[in-house]
Ligand binder design. Structure first.
Ligand code: B12
Ligand code: NAG
Ligand code: NAG
Ligand code: NAG
Ligand code: NAG
Ligand code: NAG
Ligand code: NAG
Length: 336
């Protein structure tokens, strides 16, 4: 996807030693093409890109940092803060907004004259930052655990506030959550929160510093990672499992204590293949459910399989969410 390519380019640059020379030209060319395909798809599918605005933001950020070509007119047309793609199910996506602010900040810096473009882009940034900051929770997190690092990248003020311990709860929450993520989350979780913890943003990727040997590198052996072995347990728990489309398909499932959501879905599938068969793909965050009963998600229609517990969306995927005895789990055909 366009966003995956953008991340590859950023990663290559971040890890480039000063004595190496890398030609980005061909990769950046491919990214220009993929970005145009996203825009074309929006034209014929009711403003829905092939992927999502988090990835379109990664695209613009990378094209901007690597001297690729993109049109400021297009950026102004598509990145208006009111655009529906900044929202999932009516909820502002902090992650998406933060990535867009980084992209727009780079675009802003590249504008030479002090004209209308500069003003418009500045307004977009201001408005998006406001929306991000309004998602600050009482415990100091912005959005949730997984969006806070990205949100910190966009607001110097916020980073300063956290540094000054004006919001000690935030710093504590972030540190605690970071340790949690180190042991439990995926490399993409780390990649998103580390820049903020190191006082950097994705915009700094062009600053020459060598990957593993520069000053201030993270000593990854500081925190001994706690191994996350699947808990081999002889205790069994029972959960309710529902597939919700227009109809409701229900079953009770028994799994070993310590099982994750995916284990429940696999058990249900054994009970009734017709009602509970499903497919997933591996993504950078782990297994991602793409279809249930053969009904597949579709980005053009903004449909997907939402995961819920007790009627509330869960904040982790099927591979990480540990289920509890008596819990009501649900996989719901939804629109974002
Ligand atoms: C866009 C997006 C979505 C879209 C994806 C479809 C689309 N139009 O692209 C929608 C709205 C459908 C979605 C759904 C979900 N998402 Co989501 N999503 C994102 C977002 C904003 C960007 C992902 C992206 O494109 N990354 C860039 C590309 C290059 O990386 P990628 O890995 O190739 O991207 C793919 C995967 O990330 C996958 N994906 C998206 N969300 C999730 C969640 C999980 C758990 C997995 C395994 C994969 C996955 O879709 C991407 C496009 O194909 C991230 C934000 C972030 N900080 O990363 C959250 C994020 C990854 N999502 C999250 C969550 C929790 C979910 C849900 C589990 C919510 C729910 N309760 O149902 C579901 C997934 C359920 C399932 N079917 O398995 C969390 C994951 C946290 C965690 N520790 O696991 C994040 C970090 C948001 C957050 N701050 O909480 N998501
Ligand atoms: C982009 O162009 C500027 C000015 O021409 C140059 O200084 C910079 O090194 C280029 N950046 C990359 C990543 O090629
Ligand atoms: C990276 O370089 C830019 C421009 O040269 C500068 O503004 C910024 O402060 C630098 N960032 C870091 C973390 O050194
Ligand atoms: C990294 O941390 C470990 C444990 O604190 C220490 O023994 C080691 O010397 C450190 N390595 C570097 C390169 O600083
Ligand atoms: C659900 O019901 C609505 C209204 O009857 C129908 O239009 C839609 O196609 C159904 N969706 C699915 C996935 O069966
Ligand atoms: C499986 O589920 C389908 C759909 O609900 C139902 O018609 C069928 O009877 C179930 N089969 C078994 C063996 O329970
Ligand atoms: C699970 O389903 C059963 C019906 O089989 C129901 O009696 C029970 O209340 C449900 N559990 C919860 C926690 O709602």
């Amino acid at each position: 996807t366009s966003g995956e390519l953008a991340l590859v380019i950023l990663a290559l640059r971040a890890c480039q030693n000063s004595d190496e020379s890398v030609t980005y030209f061909h990769l950046v060319n491919q990214l220009e093409e993929k970005f145009q395909k996203e825009i074309e798809n929006m034209g014929v599918h009711d403003g829905n890109p092939l992927t999502n605005y988090y990835q379109l933001s990664l695209d613009v950020l990378t094209l901007c940092l690597f001297n690729g070509s993109y049109s400021i007119t297009e950026v102004k047309k598509y990145f208006s803060p009111e655009n529906k793609n900044f929202y999932f199910g009516g909820q502002f996506s902090v992650d998406t907004g933060a990535m867009a602010v980084l992209a727009l900040t780079c675009v802003k810096r590249s504008i030479q004259n002090n004209g209308e473009d500069l003003q418009d882009i500045s307004h977009y940034i201001e408005s998006l930052v406001k929306k991000i900051l309004s998602e600050k929770k009482r415990n100091g997190l912005i959005g949730n655990t997984y969006s806070t690092g990205e949100a910190m990248q966009v607001s110097q003020r916020l980073t300063q506030e956290i540094e000054d311990q004006e919001f000690p709860a935030c710093k504590t929450a972030l540190k605690r959550d970071f340790v949690k993520m180190q042991t439990l989350s995926s490399p993409s979780g780390h990649a998103q929160i580390l820049p903020a913890l190191m006082g950097k943003t994705y915009l700094d990727v062009n600053n020459v510093s060598s990957c593993a040997s520069g000053p201030g590198h993270l000593n990854i052996s500081i925190h001994e990672p706690i191994p996350v072995e699947p808990t081999i347990s002889s205790t069994w728990i029972s959960v309710n499992y529902t597939v919700q489309i227009n109809e409701t398909f229900f079953t009770k499932v028994t799994v070993p204590k310590g099982s994750v959501f995916l284990n429940v879905m696999e058990e249900a599938q054994k009970i009734n293949q017709t009602a509970f068969r499903f497919k997933y793909v591996e993504s950078s965050w782990g297994p991602y459910i793409i279809s249930v009963q053969g009904l597949e998600e579709n980005h053009n229609d903004r449909t997907y399989w939402q995961l819920l517990s007790g009627g509330e969306p869960v904040t982790q995927g099927v591979g990480r969410y540990v289920v509890h005895n008596g819990e009501n789990l649900e996989v719901r055909w939804s629109k974002y």
